[in-house]
Ligand binder design. Sequence first.
Ligand code: SAH
Ligand code: SF4
Ligand code: F3S
Length: 442
Amino acid sequence: MKNNKKIYIETYGCQMNFSDSEIVASILKENGYEYTDDLTSAGIIFVNTCSIRENAEDRVRKRLHYFKSLRKKNPGLLIGLLGCMADRTKTALMDDEQLLDLVAGPDSYRHLPQLLEQVGTGRRAIDTILSVDETYADITPVRLDSNGVSAFISIMRGCENYCSYCVVPSTRGQERSRDAASIVRETRDLFDRGYREVTLLGQNVNSYAWKSGNDTINFSDLLRQVAAVNPLMRIRFATSHPKDISDDLLHAIADNHNLCKAIHLPVQSGSNHMLDLMNRKYTREQYQERIEAIRRIIPGCTISTDIIAGFCDEAEEDHRDTLSLMEWVGYDAAYMFKYSERPQTLAADTLKDNIPEEVKDRRLTEIINLQQKLSLANNLSDVGKTFEVLVEGRSKRSENQYFGRNSQNKVAVFTKTASGPGEYVTVRITGATSATLLGEVI
Ligand code: SAH
Ligand code: SF4
Ligand code: F3S
């Protein structure tokens, strides 16, 4: 198996990590390596990791032990760790547990070819230095696991918001924006290759800023530029921070048909006491004001969120504030988590993770049950409406059905038509579950 240059990449965590794996594949391809989606034929395994919650790290650790066991059959197999766990766990996983040949952090992917050579000559291959300006702007990602219809584009890296619970500022470093022209170019290139939807990615896209001559291109400017690439190219983005989602941005979305009418606006908690301890820099009332602005400026826009249950000192009353805010907004969808203390965060250093596990569990269950109810009610209210749906592929449940999304980011399933993936169809909604709309093409 020596000199087997086939690379298998397994990715955990957020969309940014998936986008990074495509950059890694591109860098390695340029250097004579070949991507494979078949683990058994690979000579090199990369695991692109996430540190956001403890269970995310545990999952990766288990996987690494499994990969190590493959070396019995395949002695030349190289195992490398990428992403957010790199700096935090390199000593434990490489030196103590002997699970790794190589470690590269999120800003070191250009060095992967050298690092792989170092492994070949028996030298330690670790690079977890974070950069202030790396954006991989010039690299055209190799699209992995692609449906050929939708793709991710990273527009920023890092985060400096320092929400007290969050490990990202320490794993991904300083916030920096990518050259606007390179983002527009990548969008155009994707359109030419048949893609019809891009999602612009950053931890807080609202603070996007690129200096071009004397002008600064902000996020609304960028969205307008990307929207102008082609009216048939849909644009989504994530994530917006509630503290700086501007009316200008909402107007840009309202004014452009291809800027999707779906906003992900993580609230984390409905309690002002929690929001303060979380260092989120907005109050419940300010958040509500932004929701009202979305409803006013973009009628019909769906709103989704992230919620953390059982953060430090969370009283029953704080939890009820979260439930009541969820009802008030009537979220269309939510990602819901139990608080997990992370090392090197403000909360780990200054607050106590003092909510018992069973209380966290119960609160999370109440939050999930409420969201289920809200999602179902919202989806049922779509019955009878018609939407423009971008076909993504065949439905998992049935050979004879396609699925796709409407602008509001809801999945619709409908009987196959002559228009296939990458094409738009008009669908009348005839039924709904809490997760899916069912409809017929008209
Ligand atoms: N930058 C984005 C999201 C980043 S992480 C934002 O600010 O919204 C995605 C979600 O994971 C967060 O919104 C939060 O809800 C959750 N999360 C982050 N750290 C966490 C922790 N320590 N425990 C539990 N959930 C966490
Ligand atoms: Fe983490 Fe807050 Fe940055 Fe999001 S905005 S990545 S939650 S620090
Ligand atoms: Fe995880 Fe890093 Fe993303 S910690 S959520 S992979 S930025």
